[in-house]
Design a protein around this ligand. Structure first.
Ligand code: AMP
Ligand code: ZN
Length: 115
């Protein structure tokens, strides 16, 4: 755990969050500033700053994040209508929290390309 990291502190239950799903390896919680009717963040419990820091040994957790996002989309009934999954990395993508997180967005029509 990185003591100064907001998402590590949410994972440690030191800061409250609206938790959607939790297991040994990952946590999913509602984004505090939702951009769509469904806006869930999925994070590995292990602190990884950006996608640039991924190692081969992280393949399993990345797969779990993506599969869990699809499962949450299914629970919300948006699998067929569609949803978006996004990892923002560093400044140009607007990453503000440096603990990797997969955004799951859906429940409305989303524009492409993003701004
Ligand atoms: P990013 O810009 O990709 O780094 O996304 C960070 C996301 O974290 C933003 O969508 C924020 O709204 C969200 N966020 C920031 N603080 C919290 C919090 N305490 N609980 C839940 N989501 C948060
Ligand atoms: Zn962290």
């Amino acid at each position: 755990m990185a003591a100064a990291c907001l998402f590590c502190r949410i994972i440690a239950h030191e800061i409250p969050a609206s938790i959607v799903y939790e297991d040994e390896a990952l946590l999913a919680f509602n984004d505090i500033n939702p951009q769509a009717p469904t806006h869930v963040l999925l994070v590995p419990k292990r602190h990884i700053e950006t996608l640039n820091d991924l190692q081969a040994g992280d393949d399993q957790i990345v797969g779990e994040l993506v599969r869990r996002a699809a499962a949450i989309a299914a629970e919300r009934g948006i699998s067929a209508t569609g949803f978006r999954t996004v990892f923002n990395t560093n400044r140009d993508a607007g990453q503000t929290v440096f603990h990797i997180h997969l955004h799951l967005l859906g429940g409305r029509s989303l524009q492409w390309p993003p701004g």
